[in-house]
Design a protein around this ligand. Structure first.
Ligand code: HEC
Length: 261
């Protein structure tokens, strides 16, 4: 193969390699938003794991702040075991909520305390009620939000810390709208939900907006991908197995062909 043909082939390979990038770049109509910050997480990389203390703090933020608007319909109280809570603690947490159940033997609906087998209690009965309480905007379910948005936990962290008090000159916000550097189109119908000192941490972790944003993003990543740790472990084992297996096969090949010339 001569040099020009080789160069052409190389260019073609590069093009094929780059094609998926061009396709997967999200094309957003509005533009103005910034790319999420690149945050360091304990669950980054092929051996990264969730930080149980961060998950518990994140859950505390969810149930003291976000839960007044956002449901997490795919998560059950019993799933909290993964955060390091024991059975009794989970029973207590679930028991703080009231659920409508029934009908009983008389055909009546009745209220009962929550149980570990219940889904996280949702703040609104339906989407219409949620919209009515939020100037017409529906707070999305947060169970899978860390997977549903490009950037995942980086995006959630950036969003929660990316509010501006005023819209830039020339932009007008409607009632209930806020300016956010990372929201698609910059305009969001969620008031800044977190501020310094809002949630009490018992473990001495700084009670700052930035720390809150880190912890709730950590928690939401776990909610969207609760089996990440097991998956990484399996992947690692498979790779180690393949390396060892390749070594054995190579040794076998050398032995088999030792006398052939
Ligand atoms: C007072 C109600 C309220 C509270 C409290 C609240 N949110 Fe929201 N949130 C909303 C509404 C309404 C939207 C939809 C905004 C829109 O589409 O413009 C939203 C949207 C979001 C989004 C999606 C943004 C996007 O990319 O579309 C995320 C993520 C989010 N909230 C996270 C949180 C977290 C985390 C908390 C708790 C720290 C929280 N919210 C607390 C009302 C609330």
């Amino acid at each position: 193969m001569n040099a020009t043909r080789f160069a052409r082939l190389l260019a073609l390979c590069a093009l094929i390699g780059l094609a998926p990038l061009a396709v997967s770049t999200p094309s957003r109509a509005s533009g103005g938003e910034e790319k999420p910050q690149d945050v360091q997480w304990s669950f980054d990389g092929p051996t990264g794991t969730y930080d149980r203390a961060a998950l518990q703090r994140g859950y505390k933020i969810y149930r003291e702040v976000c839960v007044s608007c956002h449901s997490m319909n795919l998560i059950y109280y019993r799933n909290l075991e993964a955060l390091g809570y024991n059975e009794a603690q989970i029973k207590n947490i679930a028991g703080e909520y009231t659920y409508m159940d029934g009908p009983d033997d008389e055909g009546e609906m009745f209220e009962r305390p929550g149980m570990p087998s219940d889904r996280f209690k949702a703040p609104f009965a339906n989407a219409k009620q949620a919209a009515a309480a939020n100037n017409g905007a529906i707070p999305p379910d947060l169970s899978l939000i860390a997977k549903a948005r490009a950037g995942g936990p980086d995006y959630i962290f950036s969003l929660l810390t990316g509010y501006e008090e005023h819209a830039p000159h020339g932009h007008v916000l409607q009632n209930g709208q806020h300016w956010n550097r990372y929201m698609s189109g910059n305009v969001i119908s969620m008031a800044p939900p977190l501020a310094d000192g809002q949630v009490t941490y018992e473990d001495g972790t700084p009670q700052t907006l930035e720390q809150y944003a880190r912890d709730i993003s950590h928690f939401l990543m776990w909610a969207a991908d609760p089996y990440m740790e097991q998956r990484k472990q399996t992947g690692l084992k498979v790779i180690i197995f393949l390396i060892v297996f390749a070594g054995i096969m190579y040794a076998l090949k050398k032995k088999t062909w030792k006398d052939a010339h």
